[in-house]
Design a protein around this ligand. Structure first.
Ligand code: SF4
Ligand code: FES
Length: 273
């Protein structure tokens, strides 16, 4: 034990508030055995949760408890737990990723109060079918990216740094769009289950750069056609997508997509069937 830990323990002796930091919570979690079975909310009690735990660590504690009891643990997706891979994501009290504008793995239990009841559900969208419990199939996003195809860039040694100048405003906007992690919160938050913010982010980060120009028109018409084929809804500019996006992708990217799409259609580009 370090001197700091010893000091912290000594200072908590006789101080009930410092000794008892754990939270007691009621969790109501969507349980569904498989894609075709009927699901339902199941209530669990969980005790002594540290406010410093992440939301996923809290679910880990619950799962350990369930396993010890011989019950089926709750299935949920995660990978990096650092807010960068986009794998995690659940509806928490009806909000995509919960009460903070961040990923579920970066949400901490201090965002809740002792005694709270927390509803936890999977993303709800036809294009994201439930695999089990809180895990959904988001491969529709992969197919939208795939529909965008390749970009033509010369291979070989790295080009000289200033060979292709890019205006600062364009490079900043392209970088901002490229921060989309494909989590799907925008779809889950949208009353239309639209994927426009995601598709717009992918279209924008290439459409603003010189390297993205040769296939720009084909890319936008094919990605938009694929998102329609996947069953995502249309965008009606509600803005819940951007408000729930952990990376703060702006509605402006949707305007860029619409601008690009119109230009591409006027230029005669048509989606591949
Ligand atoms: S636009 Fe935002 S909410 Fe939508 S997939 Fe990308 S990071 Fe997630
Ligand atoms: S687990 Fe990677 S973003 Fe949450």
């Amino acid at each position: 034990m370090t001197a700091t830990h010893e000091g912290a323990m000594r200072s908590s002796v006789g101080n009930p508030a410092a000794e008892k930091r754990g939270m007691n919570l009621t969790l109501r979690i969507w349980r569904q055995q498989g894609p075709t079975t009927k699901g339902k909310m199941v209530t669990y009690k969980i005790t002594d949760i540290s406010p410093d735990m992440s939301f996923l660590e809290m679910l880990d504690v619950l799962n350990e408890q369930l396993i010890m009891q011989g019950d089926d643990p709750v299935a949920f997706d995660h990978d990096c737990r650092e807010g960068i891979c986009g794998m995690c994501g659940v509806m928490i009290n009806g909000q995509a990723h919960g009460p903070q504008q961040t990923t579920t793995c970066q949400l901490h239990m201090r965002s809740f109060a002792d005694g709270d009841t927390i509803d936890i559900e999977p993303w709800r969208a036809t294009a994201f079918p439930i695999i089990k419990d809180l895990a959904v199939d988001r491969r529709a996003f992969d197919r939208i990216i795939q529909a965008g195809g390749y970009i033509s860039v010369p291979t070989g040694t790295a080009p000289e740094a200033h060979a292709t100048p890019v205006p600062k405003a364009d490079s900043d906007a392209a970088f901002d769009a490229a921060t989309c992690i494909g989590c799907g919160a925008c779809v889950a938050a949208c009353p239309n289950a639209s994927s426009m913010l995601f598709t717009a982010a992918k279209v924008t980060h290439l459409g603003l750069l010189p390297q993205g120009q040769p296939e720009r028109n084909d890319r936008v018409v094919n990605m938009v056609a694929q998102q329609d084929r996947e069953g995502f809804g249309g965008c009606t500019n509600i803005g819940e997508c951007s408000a729930s996006c952990p990376k703060g992708i702006s509605m402006e990217t949707i305007s860029r997509l619409n601008h690009d799409l119109l230009g591409a259609l006027r230029a005669g580009a048509r989606p591949k069937s």
